[in-house]
Design a protein around this ligand. Structure first.
Ligand code: RUB
Length: 309
């Protein structure tokens, strides 16, 4: 698959979910670099930066994408010879993909420890990291049942119920607006995330914050499964996470919406759940309260306050 094909698949959400986007981007970048013919070092670096730009322009919210590209490009940028740059690209790509897969199993193991016995869970959207925790807890005999939302407008809930069903987990499929109705039966609300800010706010699929609000009202804790590469370094300097606004036709077909001259159809793909509503974030390095997000950004992603002067 060419770089442009991967970018298009990310844009159209054929490839979706923050971790899968990051891995696909890294694979595409690596393959693109390997396909570049004889080039001098500056041209090689330039071509890769251009390719990285194409990938970064696909979807704005998942910080896993710029983080992954930066992790892979760091050694390439520092390389002194073309051979070094090519080797750096190959090795750092292999390493990122391996580490990100290992992170998922670690998160599943740690997350399952924080799921109570005989638990009723609710989840929103389709997160590999969150589903990993649920499946591991199920393997340990801890899950009674799961409520999974539909996730309008793109119906990612269908992917979630397929995964839970295949794992043999008793699952209830509900429309998004039924989340509060069922919250009283739930012990834990669990999601993944596209970005965690330095102050511990969690950016995830639209509707997450509404369900988090219902969970808080019902005194149901919220747990977020997040690889460390989902933490957003630039929020240290006050950068806000850009919320992707997708095409209105995802919400309402153009042939229906066409003559509604006074109606604007809004389609934000993500929302922000404040740290106050989040009880625990499960990373591959351990479970942390949201207030510790800066430690992850500093100690595991290598960014400091001074980097953004
Ligand atoms: C996906 C979404 C997921 C996170 C985490 O949104 O909000 O909860 O990306 O997923 P979209 P994972 O479908 O718009 O990409 O844990 O798999 O990285």
């Amino acid at each position: 698959m060419s770089l442009e094909d991967t970018a298009e698949k990310i844009r159209t959400m054929e490839i979706r979910g923050a971790a899968l986007i990051a891995r696909a981007a890294v694979e595409a970048l690596c393959k693109y670099g390997e396909g570049l013919g004889e080039l001098a070092l500056p041209e090689f670096k330039e071509e890769l930066e251009r390719a990285a730009g194409v990938l970064l322009a696909t979807r704005p919210t998942a910080v896993s994408l710029p983080n992954a590209v930066n992790i892979v490009m760091k050694d390439v940028r520092n390389a002194d010879t073309i051979a070094e740059a090519r080797e750096a690209l190959r090795l750092s790509s292999i390493e990122f993909i391996r580490d990100s897969k290992e992170a998922l199993s670690k998160i599943a193991e740690i997350g399952a420890r924080h799921i109570p016995e005989n638990a009723v869970l609710m989840t929103h959207c389709n997160s590999q990291a969150a589903i990993g925790c649920i499946i591991e807890a199920h393997r340990q005999g801890k899950i009674r049942e799961v409520y999974a939302t539909e996730v309008r407008p793109r119906n990612q809930g269908l992917l979630t119920i397929r995964a839970l069903n295949d794992a043999g987990i008793k699952t209830n499929f509900i429309v998004d607006s039924a989340a509060r109705f069922y919250m009283k039966k739930v012990d834990l609300f669990i999601t993944g995330t596209d970005a965690v800010t330095v102050n511990g706010a969690v950016v995830n699929k639209i509707g997450t914050s509404q369900i988090a609000l219902a969970a808080r009202e019902a005194r149901v804790p919220m747990m977020v499964a997040a690889e460390t590469f989902k933490f957003a370094p630039k929020t240290i300097a006050g950068d806000l996470i850009k919320i992707e606004e997708r095409d209105s036709s995802e919400v309402l077909a153009k042939k229906i919406a066409g003559d509604l001259d006074n109606v604007t159809i809004k389609n934000p793909a993500f929302d922000v759940t404040p740290a106050d509503f989040v009880d625990l974030i499960i990373t591959e390095k351990g479970a942390i309260p949201p207030e510790m997000a800066y430690i992850i950004i500093r100690d595991y992603l290598g960014w400091e306050i001074g980097d953004f002067r």
